[in-house]
Write a new protein. Structure first.
Length: 329
């Protein structure tokens, strides 16, 4: 059933995507803010309580509702899973800026591309050279694809296989959202957060994302240049401060044959003090070297789209085969 749930959710999301800054985003932000305000009294053990309530409670609730519904109707349970996946998984949650920047680069309008990148990632891109604009776009798009599609997908499939329905999708999305939100709060001058809560949320999300990040990288290697992707994974993953990000970006760079990474130019580092969307990605501006490959070109933007979609097809086929084997068995 997990195969059909993911398939229907992706199809619906392509036809009717959620708008940016939608009600789901606002609700999640209000929920995480409320749990922090009411359960965080500054003590070390309170950080665990806040995380369990803000992340674990919604995930357990999703599993409980699924288990309740499945006793009445498999079709209703499938519909519930599709609804949760529609709210937690999808390309269109991040692809607007990527598409607009790609179109601007194809028109030769680099000024508009820089403006869109600055608006998307909250950085000063006015003096970025063309290849650096493309590099930033590729890196952010690859990480967004992992966090909005593959990470949710993997955890949904794993926990759905043991009868917990969409619990994995909610767990991953809430863990990622909480880590990003508390990073934003900690950097906000007028709303400091508990440092322990920030550290715990980022550490736990790193653990939750450990396996999905490596599966995403493996998928990129299989559907891209496998030999170069594997070599880049071993050689270049340490270029980024965040290990999970480094694995994904290094493997993708090898699979595409494009140069990624590199120290951020002066004035380019994102201002993370006030921006929520940039709050959880500190590793991106801290790369200290670059991968091998050719400098990024506009054609690589199309290659990124192809790499991601081929990887989606690969994982969907694997899930379909596992589902068929389970049915026949």
């Amino acid at each position: 059933m997990s195969f059909f749930a993911v398939l229907f959710a992706l199809l619906i999301e392509q036809l009717k995507p959620l708008p940016r800054d939608n009600w789901v985003h606002e609700t999640l932000m209000a929920w995480v803010r409320w749990t922090g305000r009411n359960f965080d009294a500054g003590q070390p053990h309170h950080t665990v309580v806040v995380w369990c309530i803000s992340v674990g409670l919604p995930a357990a609730l999703a599993a409980g509702i699924h288990l309740l519904i499945v006793h009445w109707s498999l079709l209703l349970a499938l519909a519930f899973d599709v609804l949760i996946l529609y709210l937690t998984l999808g390309f269109r949650q991040f692809s607007h800026y990527f598409t607009d920047i790609r179109d601007a680069m194809e028109r030769g309008d680099e000024t508009e591309a820089r403006r869109l990148l600055a608006e998307w990632r909250h950085l000063d891109a006015s003096e970025l050279p063309r290849t650096e604009v493309l590099r930033h776009v590729i890196e952010h798009a690859l990480l967004a694809a992992h966090r909005h599609v593959f990470g949710v997908f993997f955890w949904f499939v794993v926990l759905s296989a043991v009868g917990l329905g969409p619990m994995g999708a909610v767990l991953y999305r809430m863990a990622e959202f909480s880590a990003r939100y508390w990073g934003y709060r900690q950097r906000s001058l007028d709303a400091p957060a508990n440092d322990g809560l920030l550290a715990l949320s980022q550490r736990l999300f790193g653990l939750i994302d450990h396996l999905p990040a490596r599966l995403t990288a493996a998928g990129f290697a299989v559907v891209g240049n496998f030999e170069e992707a594997a070599a880049a994974w071993r050689r270049d993953a340490s270029l980024w401060q965040q290990p999970n990000e480094g694995v994904i970006l290094a493997a993708a760079a090898g699979a595409l044959g494009v140069q990624l990474g590199g120290a951020a130019a002066p004035g380019v580092t994102p201002d993370r003090s006030k921006t929520f969307t940039a709050g959880g990605e500190a590793g991106m501006a801290d790369a200290q070297g670059s991968t091998s490959g050719v400098p990024a070109q506009p054609g690589h933007l199309h290659s990124v789209v192809g790499l991601v979609w081929r990887s989606v097809v690969l994982w969907m086929l694997l899930v379909a085969l596992l589902t068929l084997a389970n049915v026949l068995g």
